[in-house]
Design a binder for this molecule. Structure first.
Ligand code: GDP
Length: 534
């Protein structure tokens, strides 16, 4: 193992072998197909197609899922674990649609690296760019997979250039494609001096891999047609002059990304990418927290909730809190302290999301993701420890960009609606504000589609018809500052004041002008667009 600040030779082997990452991409670039091949090579499924088939079966169960299918988006994120060689991979799924950026952001707080998938014909697309910016905010190391090389694609230098230009990151080729489109025959593995040849006849077969001895190896002449070989040699010489070599430290800082070329649907290039993730890491990282950071190798277990999913099974009213283990070795049945509630919690039935299905998690190590079924005690941002009062930091809650008023179809059901909305607020699916004056609830989201998702979930999971109406407000700001000043401010602005699901005070407004005015007239009151969740 390479010893760098992010990959330390002194980590306990069980932790050192873990790789926790997410895949980011623009819809249609091939994330699902790549995930499927990861699972296939990880031995978690026997046949490609199972992931989707399973998804379809689940989707037909509800309208909500049908909507997800129609829109071609993945609304719910989950985590899957599988083994690859001596490594344990934890793949955390990010919702793909731009309307779910907040959820995605939180998901990315639970991983140590991201795989960026781009379509070789389309290059860097809008959603890739957005997700990349989020990774950059956290300096996440990024490994790039340029997919669909079996089809007509752009020139390799052009693709690399576009990534460097648009994303302001250095790119180093880990492999180099030989031929394009119909003439694509495989890749030269630059890092290991091998030739990988694609088998077009069998999509699930792993490519033939031939060890070679540099670009002058006579074996190459046998295996690669003359013109393609000449082009490969030229390209690689140019690449060597123009592009930086692989520098692991730079990759770990997020300033350089290695790029692999392949075709997920043909299972081509996927193993090399997996080898890259295994070899270059990074391992489970140090977690920022208050009053001190958490090291993965600490003996005591700690973890934090980055996602809550309610009603995964509509028959049960349970919720699953997804917890990233930040340190230690967790065993089923352990008693952990819920730091926010200052209460012990016996974790008796945690689940791990092995690709085959949910399974009881007998043990987990720093880097793993476990699901803890609970009745609402665990919220996004909560920390669990073996007693110490530490709080994981850096999981933000954004001010919603769109506000609407929610009303129960049946006015007598307003209380039920409140309960349903509060559950979704805790799940992080929306912000819910209860105005100090008047009826109804102001619901805030970051993308229009979320209103439709919410309405259909409330109807499906709670049997409540709900109406979303235009709200008189357009933005929300959390209020903080000197207590007396805050009281005076809320008293004189009652018609703008509401509380969120934590009971924190929020200022609702229509105009930036209002916000500026508050800042001028009430200098001791602070209005913020994000609040850190806890
Ligand atoms: P996602 O939206 O990013 O999850 O993309 P999918 O994995 O669903 O793939 C989108 C489409 O591209 C599907 O029709 C796939 O069959 C197709 N696809 C995925 N990988 C490849 C590839 O390597 N080559 C080609 N030609 N098509 C691919």
């Amino acid at each position: 193992m390479l010893d760098t600040p992010k990959n330390r030779a002194d980590l306990p082997p069980e932790i050192a072998r873990r790789r926790t990452f997410a895949i980011i991409s623009h819809p249609d670039a091939g994330k699902t197909t790549l995930t499927e091949k990861f699972l296939l090579f990880g031995g978690a499924i026997q046949m490609a197609g199972q992931v989707r088939a399973k998804g379809e079966a689940r989707r037909t169960r509800s309208d909500f899922m049908a909507m997800e299918k129609d829109r071609g988006i993945s609304v719910s994120a989950s985590a899957m674990s599988f083994d690859f060689k001596e490594f344990r991979f934890n793949l955390v799924d990010t919702p793909g649609h731009s309307d779910f950026s907040e959820d995605t952001y939180r998901t990315l707080t639970a991983v140590d690296a991201a795989v960026m998938v781009i379509d070789g014909a389309k290059g860097v697309e809008s959603q890739t760019q957005k997700l990349f910016e989020v990774c950059r905010m956290r300096d996440l190391p990024i490994l790039t997979f340029c997919n669909k090389m079996d089809r007509e694609s752009r020139d390799v230098f052009e693709i690399i250039d576009e990534i460097q230009e648009n994303l302001a990151i250095d790119v180093t080729p880990a492999s180099w494609p030989i031929g394009v489109g119909r003439d694509f025959i495989g890749c030269y593995d630059i890092l290991r001096d091998r030739l990988e040849l694609m088998d077009r006849a069998d999509r699930n077969r792993v490519a033939e891999s031939v060890e070679i001895n540099g670009l002058d190896d006579p074996k190459l002449i046998e295996l690669v047609p003359g013109e393609l070989l000449e082009k490969l040699r030229e390209d690689l010489e140019m690449a060597r002059e123009l592009l930086p070599p692989l520098d692991i430290a730079a990759m770990h800082e997020g300033s350089l990304t290695p790029i692999w070329f392949g075709s997920a649907i043909n299972s081509f290039g996927v193993k090399e990418l997996m080898d890259g993730i295994a070899q270059y890491g990074p391992q489970p990282q140090i977690q920022s927290a208050e009053p001190r950071q958490i090291l993965p190798e600490e003996k005591k277990v700690s973890g934090f909730v980055f996602k809550v999913q309610a009603n995964m099974d509509p028959k049960h009213r349970d919720r699953v809190a997804f917890v990233r283990i930040a340190s230690g070795h967790f065993n089923r049945g352990m008693k952990l302290t819920h730091v926010r509630l200052k209460k012990p919690m016996a974790i008796s039935n945690p689940v791990m999301f092995l690709a085959s299905d949910r399974e009881l998690a007998e043990e987990a190590w720093a880097g793993d993701i476990i699901g803890i079924p609970n009745h609402g005690q665990l919220r996004i941002g909560d920390t669990l420890t073996e007693g110490e009062a530490i709080r994981v930091t850096g999981i933000p809650s954004f001010a919603p960009e769109l506000l609407q008023t929610a009303r129960a179809g049946d006015p007598l059901k307003a209380k039920h609606l409140e309960k349903a909305l509060m559950q979704f607020a805790e799940e992080g699916a929306a912000k819910v504000f209860k105005p100090a004056i008047g009826s109804g609830f102001v619901v805030g989201v970051v993308g229009q589609l979320q209103f439709e998702v919410l309405a259909s979930r409330i109807e499906l999971e709670y049997g409540l018809p709900v109406r979303f109406e235009a709200s008189q407000f357009t933005s929300a700001r959390w209020v903080s500052g000197d207590k007396q000043a805050v009281d005076k401010f809320t008293e004189s602005n009652k018609q703008h004041i509401a509380t969120d699901h934590d009971g924190d005070t929020v200022y609702l407004t229509r105009l930036q002008w209002d916000i500026d005015r508050v800042e001028r007239d009430h200098p001791q009151v602070k209005l913020t667009a994000t609040k850190e969740m806890m």
